[in-house]
Design a protein around this ligand. Structure first.
Ligand code: SAM
Length: 334
């Protein structure tokens, strides 16, 4: 690669080392918090980057200091040959980790090949343990294969298996205890994620948003105190806790009530080759057009570096006014 300063740093001195790579916009579920009210506009096949193109951009990003890539979507496992692509990614030198976020519906048949590719950590989304409610939230009757995947991922030795739960008031807040209990017997990391207004209407957000502080109270009332786990270097945004005697952990990701923008080291690359510097902002840099018009690695690296300069100091989403101080108080994890 030609000469360019090998780093990604924004205007506020934050070093960007973590890339969320969306390999497809397609998904086999229709989660209520993910699908825009206006419906989904399918991206044309030709607009989606090929694996070769995605790989090239990832290689350049790693050369610029990205050391961890999380593959996500849409649903990453609906893209054909995803296992081969992950193997290729995992072999980029300089990359310390490739991880995956999936809804788990198709995961069980991939577990062996992912393990062979060197993937050790998997995040699986699971918002309810009740089959009918799963269908209500996701639009598909797919709870049994997801539970089966979680079980098999654990038995296959993935460590940790993280379970992502988006908590929605009046929808699954009555299951916080049952979901937290999943951390008792097995070393699962249950991560309770605050609902973010990313696609649904703001009215949904006001009604459904529940701060992590309330989720923590529900857990402590049912299962006893949550003991903090001291943060380690390289930890993500989750604040980590343990229930006494539990094999696993509880985490809170509180992007709304207690944003972690000051330490945000993340970038997102969409399946159509757009670089986004904040999950909650629509600002993006087009990398696909220059890539397809023959830009050199060095030119693309420069575009990454310029794009990163647009990263906002912080996102502007706040706790809905209706929750007032209660929503903002952060007894635990914000
Ligand atoms: N299809 C994969 C899955 O379901 O895990 C990967 C993509 S999904 C967009 C990645 C994660 O974002 C999931 O854990 C999902 O629960 C979370 N997510 C999506 N929309 C959200 C929202 N509005 N608020 C909070 N988390 C959200």
């Amino acid at each position: 690669m030609d000469n360019h300063p090998r780093k990604l740093e924004d205007r506020y001195g934050r070093k960007l080392t973590y890339l969320r790579l969306s390999v497809t916009d397609r998904c086999n579920l229709r989660c209520m918090y993910c699908i825009p009210r206006t419906g989904i506009q399918k991206v044309q096949h030709a607009d989606v980057l090929s694996y070769e193109e995605l790989f090239r951009l990832c290689r350049i990003a790693v050369d610029l200091g990205i050391n961890k890539i999380r593959v996500t979507g849409g649903e990453p496992l609906v893209r054909i040959d995803i296992d081969k692509f992950l193997l290729q990614l995992a072999n980029i030198s300089g990359l310390s980790e490739v991880t995956l976020t999936t809804n788990g519906v198709l995961l069980s048949s991939f577990l062996e090949s992912f393990k062979a590719a060197g993937i050790r950590r998997i995040n699986i989304s699971l918002d309810t343990l009740v089959r009918g409610k799963y269908e209500f939230i996701t639009g598909r009757d797919c709870l049994p294969p997801v539970l089966d995947s979680i079980d098999r991922a654990y038995k296959a030795g993935f460590d940790p298996v993280k379970i992502n739960v988006v908590v929605m008031r009046g929808i699954n807040d009555d299951e916080v205890e049952d979901l937290a209990r999943l951390s008792m017997d097995r070393p699962f990391h249950i991560r309770f994620i605050e609902y973010m207004p990313m696609g649904g209407s703001s009215q949904d957000f006001t009604d459904l948003y529940m701060p992590s502080s309330e989720v923590a109270v529900l857990i402590e009332e049912a299962l006893g105190s949550l003991d903090p786990i001291p943060a380690k270097k390289g930890d993500g945004p989750a604040r980590r806790y343990k229930i006494k005697g539990a094999a696993g952990e509880i985490g809170f990701i509180s992007a709304v009530s207690n944003h972690f923008c000051a330490s945000c080291n993340r970038l997102r690359l969409t399946a159509t080759g757009r670089l986004r510097t904040c999950l909650l902002s629509d600002m993006e840099t087009d990398l696909k057009s220059p890539l397809r018009q023959g830009a050199s690695d060095s030119e693309l690296a420069g575009l990454f570096q310029n794009g990163v300069l647009q990263k906002p100091e912080r996102h502007s989403i706040g706790v809905p006014d209706s929750l007032g101080i209660k929503g903002r108080m952060s007894a635990i994890g914000g």
